[in-house]
Design a protein. Structure first.
Length: 188
């Protein structure tokens, strides 16, 4: 990417309304989620205080990365929002995150991995406050979900997802009653 192209991309980012995934830190009044991929926990946070922690979560079979790409099995690190919470025949319940964000797209484009057309599609989706394209080189369909009919033994022993964060069905049911769409999520 040329210097001018990088400058234009940064200016476009500054012109965006508060797009999901690029909003300010969570406020102290609304709960938010902290996913710790080293401790393998998901905590519901109120300000800087954990009010509920779910242990023994599973992440992507490829670990975590700031540079997630389609099919790598990695869970993307960063800050996201929950777009929707819906039942899932495969995973019991699915909380869809707004991955990829503009930040993810800018990073991939600057590395030469994302073409301009797909960057524009992602940017347009964020401007319109709708789900981003899930079919780019960045992958998609990243969320927090249950185990469904899957093995709890496997869930306890290995990271088995394609990049999502998995809890047991009981944990995801409890979590769904405590948060809502728009909830801020930090994955570290």
């Amino acid at each position: 990417m040329t210097r001018r192209g990088t400058l234009l991309a940064l200016l476009a980012l500054l012109a965006l309304p508060l797009a999901p995934g690029l909003q300010a830190q969570p406020s102290g009044t609304r709960p938010w989620l902290l996913i710790d991929s080293k401790a393998m926990t998901l905590a519901i946070m109120q300000g800087d205080t954990a009010v509920k922690t779910y242990e023994n979560i599973a992440i992507g079979s490829g670990g975590t990365s700031w540079d997630k790409r389609l099919g790598d099995g990695k869970t993307p690190l960063g800050e996201y929002r929950i777009l929707e919470i819906r039942p899932s025949s495969r995973f019991h319940l699915f909380m869809h995150l707004d991955y990829p964000t503009i930040h993810n797209a800018l990073q991939a484009r600057s590395q030469g991995d994302l073409d301009e057309a797909d960057f524009q599609r992602i940017q347009a989706a964020h401007r319109a406050r709708r789900a981003t394209p899930q079919d780019t080189v960045l992958g998609g369909y990243i969320g927090i979900h249950g185990t469904g009919a899957g093995s709890l033994e496997i869930h306890r022993d290995i990271n088995w997802t394609d990049g999502c964060i998995a809890l047991t069905n009981e944990q995801i049911n409890d979590l769904s009653g405590r948060i809502q769409t728009g909830t801020f999520v930090r994955i570290r």
